[in-house]
Design a protein around this ligand. Structure first.
Ligand code: GUN
Length: 289
């Protein structure tokens, strides 16, 4: 029987643990952990994500604020807001929702977020720390994938892992995390030759390309763990992943559905990162989560 990994349930359990730590932080610090989210422009998907992040924060007993800026916001105006958030002691985490409008310099924006408040783990200092195997704030989506694999009891040590997608948000940090866990990692992408054959050798297959139902049954080794990071709309407007779930599920050893797989974990891991950031900034020592 295929193990369909229930991301919603795993995320709910993590959110409960985060809420406990948030309450402990509030009792000690005299204020709850706080996350500030910045959204520039009106991208409909981003609006939904940001709203969900804010709501999840409040459900976990954390303070959240959403800063909505118009699509024509200047680099200087965005920098000024970020500087204000960096200087505010009650702000533990800051997240700038991506993608940004094309006229804004994403690299400069992400570099302006202090590494200690960088709950997305996108600042070069956190990216470097991750690759060096040092403690860091880790990008939420790949971190959530690792937590799901652990929950499903998938052995990573010595496993052949193939990641399809080389983005800074998912593919690259996913590679760093899996290497850290002693998997043998291949990062594939749109130019990779013989992609289906390569994927079919994977014990752990991570699909993060943004192509609806790209991964079919012949791409998957029997018994493999398949993690689907994709969020796409099919021709009928239905939410589907990068994996053809109906075709692949009977063959996989474990698989995440879309929706209800990786998505809920991304948000739970964002809450985790925010509590971690608050804990560390306050100097409260190690946080077990
Ligand atoms: N856009 C899509 N995924 C993410 C994410 O994890 N963080 C941010 N900031 N923007 C995103």
């Amino acid at each position: 029987m295929t193990n369909v990994i229930d991301g919603k349930a795993v995320a709910a359990a993590l959110r409960l643990r985060v809420a406990e730590r948030a309450a402990a932080f509030a009792a000690r610090a005299g204020r709850p952990p706080g996350l500030d989210v910045v959204l520039v422009g009106e991208d409909p998907a981003s609006q939904v994500y940001v709203r969900n992040k804010g709501r999840a924060c409040e459900e976990a007993g954390m303070r959240s604020a959403i800063h909505r800026l118009p699509a024509d916001t200047t680099q200087d105006a965005l920098s000024a807001l970020l500087d204000r958030l960096m200087a505010d002691e009650a702000v533990d985490g800051v997240l700038v929702q991506l993608p940004l409008p094309a006229h804004l310099d994403e690299r400069a924006v992400l570099a302006r977020i202090e590494p200690s408040k960088d709950v997305d783990g996108f600042h070069p200092a956190n990216v470097g720390a991750l690759w060096l195997g040092r403690e860091a704030l880790v990008p939420c989506t790949p971190w959530g994938c690792v937590r799901l694999l652990d929950h499903a009891g998938v052995k990573l040590e010595g496993a052949r892992a193939v990641i399809v997608g080389r983005s800074n948000i998912v593919g690259k940090p996913m590679a760093a995390l899996l290497i850290q866990r002693s998997a043998t990692v291949t990062v594939a992408h749109s130019r990779t030759r013989d992609l289906a054959e390569l994927c079919a050798e994977a014990d752990v297959l991570i699909a993060a390309v943004g192509r609806a139902k790209l991964v079919g049954a012949d791409w998957v080794k029997p018994g493999a763990a398949v993690i689907d990071v994709g969020i796409n709309r099919d021709a009928e407007g239905k939410l589907v992943g990068d994996v053809d779930f109906a075709a692949v599920a009977p063959k996989a050893g474990a698989i995440t559905p879309v929706p209800g797989g990786v998505g809920p974990m991304t948000i739970a891991c964002l809450l985790e990162n925010t509590v971690r950031a608050a804990w560390r900034r306050a100097g409260y020592g190690a946080l077990d989560l």
